[in-house]
Design a protein around this ligand. Structure first.
Ligand code: COA
Length: 226
């Protein structure tokens, strides 16, 4: 859909893999493996829950179709895929730029987590914190020290899951659309904003601290449509 005017604020969250962190256990048994072709229809079944926003399914499917490396899934004890998320290494910065057109800062030694999605039947089992935490740790194999992820500030379930997965807010991204042109700016997160995010997610107790790698910039991506 073309955009005439809109604004949104996303929070960038980061985990420093040099800080020890124990992945929290989900309420059901899960394991992490790579996405297989046959998982996609199960995971992205639009009929699974009529309340699901179809745009979310379209977004997930477009990431699958774009062959973005590397999509992991969490599977249940009977190998049913219940969660998906991409871990993108910094070697794939060009791929990131091509697909997401400037909405993620290109940082060295930093991997990106994107496209988290839980099948509706598996919501509320605290799968996301465990799965995201374990997937983030795979970034060490990509030689990354930090792992970033971005989420709209209104997405409280995701923010909660991130903080339970050892991620802390470190950056704000403001997206502004005006007459089909998108402007993206990055801003360091203020103490007040950090406190607000922690209050929204009730997660002061999940904080892990750590050194953040921040590069703040004003970025004007090429005009694009969604
Ligand atoms: C984001 C997502 C993965 C989280 O799934 P989930 O972990 O099963 O989410 P839950 O419904 O259990 O919510 C997580 C927590 O947030 C809480 N929560 C949910 N909505 C809330 C709200 N509006 N305000 C406050 N807390 C809220 C839940 O109570 C839960 O807390 P608890 O574990 O202490 O009970 C899932 O909602 C999803 O796939 N969404 C669609 C895709 C998406 O938004 N992806 C993220 C952007 S990339």
């Amino acid at each position: 859909m073309k955009r005439i005017y809109s604004q949104s604020v996303s929070v960038g969250l980061q985990r420093d893999l040099e800080n020890e962190f124990q992945a929290p256990a989900a309420k059901i048994e899960i394991q992490i493996r790579l996405l297989r072709k046959e998982d996609v229809a199960d995971l992205l079944d639009p009929a699974a829950d009529p309340s699901i926003n179809p745009r979310i399914i379209v977004h997930q499917q477009s990431m699958v179709d774009a062959n973005i490396p590397t999509c992991y899934v969490a599977v249940t004890a009977d190998n049913k895929p219940c969660y998906m998320q991409w871990l993108i290494g910094y070697d794939d910065n060009q791929e990131i730029e091509k697909c997401f057109k400037g909405v993620f800062p290109a940082l060295k030694k930093t991997a990106l987590l994107e496209g988290a999605y839980i099948h509706p039947a598996y919501r509320s089992f605290r799968i996301m914190p465990m799965a995201m935490s374990l997937i983030a740790e795979k970034a060490a194999e990509m030689n990354a020290r930090w792992v970033n992820t971005f989420v709209d500030i209104t997405n409280i379930p995701f923010l909660r899951g991130c903080q339970r997965a050892g991620f802390n807010p470190y950056l704000l991204r403001k997206d502004r659309w005006l007459l089909f042109h998108q402007t993206v700016t990055f801003h360091p997160i203020s103490l007040t904003m950090n406190k607000l995010v922690n209050e929204l997610t009730d997660s002061d107790r999940h904080k892990t601290g750590g050194k953040h790698q921040v590069r703040v910039s004003n970025h004007k991506p090429k005009s694009m449509s969604t």
